[in-house]
Write a protein that binds this ligand. Structure first.
Ligand SMILES: Nc1ncnc2c1ncn2[C@@H]1O[C@H](COP(=O)(O)OP(=O)(O)OP(=O)(O)O)[C@@H](O)[C@H]1O
Length: 363
């Protein structure tokens, strides 16, 4: 048996014209897992399958090693915070939090103590008698969280929990929610389309694009080594190219339509290759400075087309010599380098990158 708390095994679901295809996903006990994907990629549909609201066409679901594919939603013992919270307007805050005990399916002998503890932890004691319709977005989120946690679920599922919160207030609420979930030591499965939110909150991430799960793993791996071109594009990677491999004594040379790069790994000549060069890893070569040996094969001549100085970084558009495009590479530099290297639009310069900054995708 594996150590997954939640396991999605080959899940397929057809919904009219949309389909979730052969989804495999593991979520370990106590882990904060974020499912990331753009609008319409199928995140809510997948969550609804896990909750048991949709009957899946193929595959299986396991919780704690026990199959739950055909278990009724109310018997899955999952806490759920829906998008926009769906609080019951006819009930006060207290009634909302206690709602789960009404079914009689969950032990209510300790209900008072549990509700009290959650209200303390979430700092909502003062709201208990309030009308839910008059709460702020952050307060509603806490009440929805208390309602989901009151039944002491095995896992909590959060559907875009910050979609109703002002942009400015989100960051501190990310920290608060993460701290609460950590304190309770519960497994969390959270869906969002917000990259910063995913990176701040998730320990492991899964990326869902157009009904297919492209990558699952520690968040650093996802953001630093996207597994597919589609994931790279979704994570706002630039400098994506396709090319053809050729024989090279060090490994392989890839010719794209505007430059060549050398990789140390062997790739059969003639293979089509998609690659990406990370923006922040492209170095401007300072005149008269020697290029590090690790970069000697990947030096490009050209000129700076435009510079965009932002507070945190300076963005450079670079055109490779002989290219007819507006620009070929987008480069992110620390802002101080603009002055130090005397960079300006039109300046002729070389750029260089070392191999680890080149990501090669399977075709
Ligand atoms: N019950 C349904 N019947 C038919 N199509 C559906 C149904 N539910 C969702 N869809 C379609 O499935 C696709 C995925 O929807 P879903 O809500 O799962 O995406 P999402 O990634 O959660 O998007 P968002 O971030 O906008 O909430 C959409 O094209 C949607 O219109």
């Amino acid at each position: 048996m594996n150590h997954a708390h939640l396991q999605v095994d080959g899940l397929t679901l057809s919904l009219g014209g949309f389909c979730l295809r052969d989804i495999h996903l593991l979520c370990a006990k106590g882990e904060y897992h974020v499912l990331l994907g753009p609008t319409g990629s199928g995140k809510t549909s997948l969550m609804r399958c896990i909750l048991g609201f949709y009957r899946i066409n193929q595959g299986a679901l396991y919780l704690n090693g026990k199959e739950i594919t055909h278990t009724l939603p109310e018997d899955r013992h999952m806490g759920y915070v829906p998008q926009h919270y769906s609080l019951f307007p006819h009930l006060k805050v207290e009634g909302n939090i206690r709602f789960g005990f009404r079914s009689g399916k969950y032990p209510s002998q300790n209900a008072d103590r549990t509700v009290d503890r959650l209200c303390d932890m979430l700092q909502i004691q003062h709201l208990r008698k309030r009308d839910v319709r008059h709460l702020s977005g952050g307060e509603k989120q806490k009440v929805a969280l208390a309602r989901a946690l009151a039944i002491q679920p095995d896992i909590i599922l959060l559907d875009e929990p910050f979609s109703s919160i002002d942009e400015g207030a989100k960051r501190s609420l990310w920290i608060n929610l993460k701290a609460i979930i950590n304190e309770i030591s519960i497994t969390a499965f959270h869906i969002t389309h917000n990259l910063e939110e995913a990176y701040s909150m998730g320990e492991r991430l899964s990326v869902l694009l157009n009904g297919e799960l492209h990558q699952s793993g520690p968040k650093e791996d996802i953001f630093e080594r996207p597994a597919t071109q589609e994931v790279a594009r979704y994570l706002n990677y630039r400098n994506l190219f396709s090319g053809v491999a050729h024989a090279h004594p060090e490994g392989a040379r890839i010719d794209t339509d505007c430059f060549s790069v050398v990789l140390s790994k062997k790739i059969s000549p003639g293979t089509r290759v998609n690659l990406c060069v990370r923006q922040q890893d492209i170095k401007i070569v300072k005149q008269d400075n020697a290029v590090k040996p690790a970069m000697r094969h990947n030096i490009l001549h050209g000129h700076i087309v435009s510079l965009f100085p932002f507070p945190e970084y300076c963005l450079v558009w670079f055109r490779v010599e002989g290219s007819t495009r507006e620009y070929d590479l987008e480069i992110k530099l620390p802002p101080y380098l603009r002055e130090r290297y005397k960079l300006f639009a039109g300046k002729q310069t070389d750029v260089a990158f070392w191999e680890p900054s080149i990501i090669v995708f399977p075709d």
